[in-house]
Write a protein that binds this ligand. Structure first.
Ligand code: FAD
Length: 471
């Protein structure tokens, strides 16, 4: 069997060499043609179609150690898949040995100590499901099917970010299999340089097998959901958005979305596919207070749909899942914003009107709050001046429509990037991003990350990621 080496060349791996690895594993080793191989190599973005030489579906730390040792012994190119949601498809590489972590999905909640111990293959929903049983949560993202490790390694933001910062700001420890195939612990006291680098520097430093998160009392009932208006009301709705975000308490997160109406049951059938503007709100403080805070949204203009109500927090965390299915084609451009002014809103409305697919959207996420209060060097996730995220989210179905949809996102971005802090979110970068975009994402942390990389992975074993080269 042909496999790719770290230096890009190919070798022939003998059957008995592969069998020797298989004997050391608890999880299954899948070759092309085996049942499960295609399912495992397929990621969320259908624009990515890569074929690893073989895949190991790891069932524990010992499997991970055996795999990294095997990759070292044979100098194999290694890739690691968590939830497979990275838009650039960083989890899969042609000819590589792929570690599929998606069966390691255990979550243990220490309710008294307010800590969740999470295995690295968990999806966000796995964690919310277990922590909400105890009325607790940590700051995770908006779509429950996203992998927790990829999200955390790049920063991570969602409805609780305004209260508690990036997801990575809430990590208190990680277990990592290093480039020497050794299991180590990374905390602020133990291997502190590694711990710093893992909170924003991506999968450059090892295979993460477990993460411990701080938890906070949240819900179980919150006030959240969407109100939608026809796009003709967008200027007024965005003006309302601007007023509300300025005075929003940290418990409230507001997201503005402009897109063609999805075929959702809460929107009238005759509106499906027509342009709308929607405000997505989530208030995680006391529900009575939440109802008061969102009242101006519910009473504004002439909405065509309103599902902004009391609901379980765990349900809120899955509310948008159906809009982002695995298997469509996706291309995003994104920027961090320091503020939202009327000139930016005007541009957003203009570019939303030019959307070329029923699934694409212009989205403004509110994230300012706790993350702005930490020092710039606290972690590589950095970007402590970011208060909003602009995402020009292209999403469509057919390969022949790639060009026009990519063009739409790029043109809108070229026009709107002047509103940026200069920073961008590393986890939203697509395949075609240039090295300058890595600098925009990581800024001055890049130099220190290269030093940590040199110490922990001098041979660049972990390179199928937003790669930081050792010095
Ligand atoms: C629909 C959708 C919604 C999203 N929503 C949000 C959001 O609300 N907030 C937000 O912050 N981000 C969001 N993201 C972005 C998300 O954070 C990134 O796509 C992230 O990379 C996903 O992680 P994953 O584990 O699913 O990815 P994968 O594609 O599996 O992996 C991404 C990278 O992480 C590495 N990696 C994964 N697991 C490990 C491991 N155990 N050890 C070492 N390296 C590992 C991989 O090698 C790869 O380089 C969203 C993405 C999508 C597609």
């Amino acid at each position: 069997m042909k496999a790719r080496l770290m230096d890009g060349s190919e070798i022939d791996l003998k059957q008995d060499t592969i069998d020797a690895l298989r004997m050391r594993l608890l999880g299954r080793l899948l070759m092309p043609g085996d049942i499960g191989y295609d399912e495992s190599r397929t990621v969320w973005n259908a624009m990515i179609d890569r074929k690893p030489a073989f895949i190991v579906r790891c069932l524990g730390v010992a499997d991970v150690i055996a795999c990294v040792q095997f990759a070292l012994d044979h100098r194999l190119l290694l890739c690691i898949k968590g939830g497979g949601h990275n838009i650039a498809g960083l989890a899969v590489a042609d000819g590589a040995m792929m570690l599929d972590m998606s069966l390691m999905r255990g979550v243990w909640v220490d309710a008294k100590g307010r800590i969740a111990h999470v295995q690295a293959g968990c999806l966000l929903g796995d964690v919310d499901r277990e922590t909400q049983e105890r009325g607790l949560a940590t700051a995770l993202g908006f779509i429950s099917l996203t992998g927790i490790t990829g999200l955390t390694l790049g920063g991570g933001f969602g409805y609780l970010t305004r209260r508690w910062g990036w997801t990575s700001d809430n990590v208190i420890g990680m277990d990592v299999v290093t480039a020497e195939a050794k299991l180590v612990r990374a905390t602020s006291d133990e291997n502190a340089d590694l711990f710093w680098a893992l909170r924003g520097g991506g999968g450059n430093f090892g295979v993460v097998t477990g993460i411990d998160y701080m938890l906070y009392p949240v819900g179980p009932e919150i006030v959240g959901g969407l109100v939608a208006w026809p796009a003709s009301e967008a200027p007024g709705v965005l003006e309302l958005y601007r007023t509300l975000i300025e005075q929003a308490p940290p418990e409230l997160t507001l997201v503005a979305i402009m897109r063609p109406a999805p075929p959702a049951p809460w929107l009238p059938k005759d509106r499906h596919g027509t342009p709308i503007v929607a405000l997505l709100a989530c208030y995680t403080g006391r529900p009575e207070e939440g109802e008061r805070v969102v009242a101006p949204i519910k009473s504004f203009g002439h909405p065509i749909g309103d599902v902004l109500v009391r609901r379980p927090y765990a349900q809120m965390q899955t509310l948008l899942d159906a809009t982002q299915p695995k298997g469509r084609r996706y291309y995003w451009k994104s920027e961090y914003l320091p503020r939202i002014d009327s000139a930016l809103c005007e541009k957003a409305v203009g570019h939303a009107a030019k959307i070329r697919s029923p699934h694409s959207a212009v989205i403004l996420f509110q994230i300012g709050g706790a993350l702005n209060r930490l020092d710039g060097d606290h972690s590589p996730a950095g970007n402590r001046d970011a208060r909003y995220v602009l995402n020009l989210a292209g999403s469509w179905e057919q390969a022949e429509d790639d060009r026009e949809n990519i063009e739409w996102a790029r043109e809108a971005w070229e026009d709107m990037r002047r509103f940026s802090t200069g920073g961008t979110y590393i986890n939203f970068l697509t395949q075609d991003e240039t090295p300058e975009r890595m600098e925009a994402a990581l800024g001055r942390a890049l130099r220190r990350l290269a030093e940590v990389k040199t110490r922990w992975d001098p041979k660049n074993v972990f390179r199928t990621n937003r790669n930081i080269k050792p010095a």
